[in-house]
Design a protein around this ligand. Structure first.
Ligand code: NAI
Ligand code: MG
Length: 343
């Protein structure tokens, strides 16, 4: 039976890149039924509802969700983001956020040293806890006595399961990143669960780094990393850094998954790119590689490899958008990848 994919292009650049990802999936021969939903800032402004109940019940039933990006200066960023993306991550319990970074062509690296460029790593970011749960408050808001508290929520189960997942996908080594020297309560729980996991996996190399040292090492020599596991905030920040090591925001893919239930939402790392959206120049590769992560998650390993191969070939040939040094439009770049899959 063909898989049912819920499609949420959302706003700005998301609306431009998602159709290219679907184009490439079709060219790769994916037997999927795509259903697009009208979840975006226009609908939110019209109705005041981020995701209507009838849409939500469809999203929960879908085999996977293909997502673009949300964001619009006309709506409250935090309410809208919480109502769409964070709601799906939290309520579908998509606790693993995978952000791979692989350099497809040497010319895309910003690093001067040639021997440090060949990055091929995976950031495993905790996706349902940490500082993003929205707990806390503002007391005496707007006065000069204001107190703002943002709480960092970490649970035994949440920390244990994300570290365990990192060990399951490691090829060479797992590096756990935290700030346990300064943030001692959350850090203490992460350290305890980390040490337990290390003891359970004597055959996998394991190393701990503080987040500041990790940021430094990622610029100094990213080739040393295989799998990095970390909390929600640090994972968000470090994965923008790793995106820049492989060619920038336009190329970086991500998966939000629950490996136990099989649920998944796949989206480029980038946002709505308001500075360049609407001109047909945004790079669709991040969305295309996210679609390839989706087919891999759904069990089609060969198809995922074929899409990645086609992307690599297009990039190396210079068949890409201007952010990667090419001259193609968004749709032409999608065509360049799709053509390689049909040939
Ligand atoms: P952004 O990722 O949209 O843009 C950052 C920079 O990367 C910009 O210079 C942009 O032109 C460039 N860029 C992004 N995507 C690109 C692509 N496909 N091709 C070429 N260049 C690309 O992040 P920014 O500017 O911080 O946020 C813009 C809006 O997007 C905000 O409303 C924000 O809340 C939202 N956002 C949404 C996300 C999501 O839906 N997951 C993630 C990040 C931001
Ligand atoms: Mg980010």
């Amino acid at each position: 039976m063909s898989k049912h994919i819920a499609v949420l292009p959302c706003d700005g650049a998301g609306k431009e890149v998602v159709p290219e990802a679907i184009k490439v999936l079709r060219a790769a021969g994916a037997d999927f039924e795509f259903e697009e939903f009208d979840v975006n800032a226009d609908a939110y402004m019209r109705t005041g509802v981020a995701i209507p109940d009838e849409v939500w019940s469809q999203l929960v039933k879908a085999d996977s969700i293909l997502f673009g990006a949300v964001g619009d200066p006309r709506v409250s960023e935090s309410d809208y983001l919480a109502g769409v993306l964070l709601r799906m991550r939290f309520e579908l319990d998509l606790y693993v956020n995978l952000r791979p970074a692989k350099l497809y062509d040497d010319r895309l690296s910003p690093l001067r040293r040639e021997d440090k460029r060949a990055v091929d790593l995976l950031v495993v970011r905790e996706n349902t806890e940490g500082l993003y749960v929205g707990m806390g408050g503002r007391f005496k808001k707007g006065t000069d006595q204001e107190v703002a508290i943002q709480e960092d929520l970490n649970t035994f189960i949440g920390v244990t399961r994300i570290i365990e997942y990192a060990f399951e996908v490691a090829r060479k080594e797992v590096v756990m990143v935290d700030k346990s020297n300064a943030m001692t309560y959350a850090g203490g729980l992460w350290q305890a669960r980390w040490k337990a996991a290390v003891a359970e996996h004597p055959n996998v190399k394991a190393r701990h780094l503080l987040v500041d040292a990790a940021a430094m090492q990622l610029v100094k020599d990213p080739t040393q990393f295989d799998v990095i596991v970390t909390g929600n905030l640090f994972g968000d920040i470090l994965s923008d850094l790793t995106a820049e090591l492989i060619g920038g925001m336009g190329i970086a893919p991500s998966a939000n998954i629950n490996p136990r239930t099989g649920r998944g939402l796949f989206e480029p790392v980038h946002g709505t790119a308001p500075d360049i959206a609407g001109r047909g120049i945004v790079n669709p590769i991040g969305a295309i590689l996210s679609a390839s992560m989706m087919v891999r998650h759904l069990g089609h390993t060969d198809m995922a490899q074929a899409i990645e191969g086609a992307v690599e070939s297009a990039i190396r040939a210079g068949d890409c958008t201007r952010d990667l040094g090419g001259t193609l439009s968004t749709a032409e770049c999608g065509d360049a990848v799709a053509r390689r899959l049909r040939d």
